[in-house]
Design a protein around this ligand. Sequence first.
Ligand code: RP5
Length: 162
Amino acid sequence: MSSKPIVGVVMGSDSDWPTMKEATEILDHFGVPYEKQVVSAHRTPDVMAEYGSLARERGLKVIIAGAGGAAHLPGMLAAYTTLPVIGVPVKTTALGGLDSLYSIVQMPNGVPVATVAIGKARNAGLLSVRMLSMNDSALADKLDDYHLSMADESIEKTKNLK
Ligand code: RP5
């Protein structure tokens, strides 16, 4: 696989990074090249518009966007690009991330965002790998292995119950 990023991992603030890092760990695990960047829908709207508008021609295939609170970033990126956008609602202190979830998941007809559960950036990473695996059989094989090892781990945990 070339090292040119094909997944864009963006977040509204560096305070989202501890959550979003989990998506990048999955991408590292599967050897998927990605880029990471703080892009704020509110503080840097022009950067966000440019990021979304140029994403496809820059070679990205999927965008993973995390934000908390008034979490407009994933939806607005989906307005600027027709690439698949996966939204990660980041947990907030005031409302536990329900605000983030509702902001991201309630998209209008025509502008979809695939929303994962609150704080589950790991699943966003996995979902992006699943999307990419549709045209990449080596990646599909790695996903199968990942699934098998997850099943083995689960069975091991059951055996260890006292
Ligand atoms: C959102 O506001 C960000 O995505 C972040 O989750 C939240 C708080 O940002 P900071 O005030 O910590 O920079 O835009």
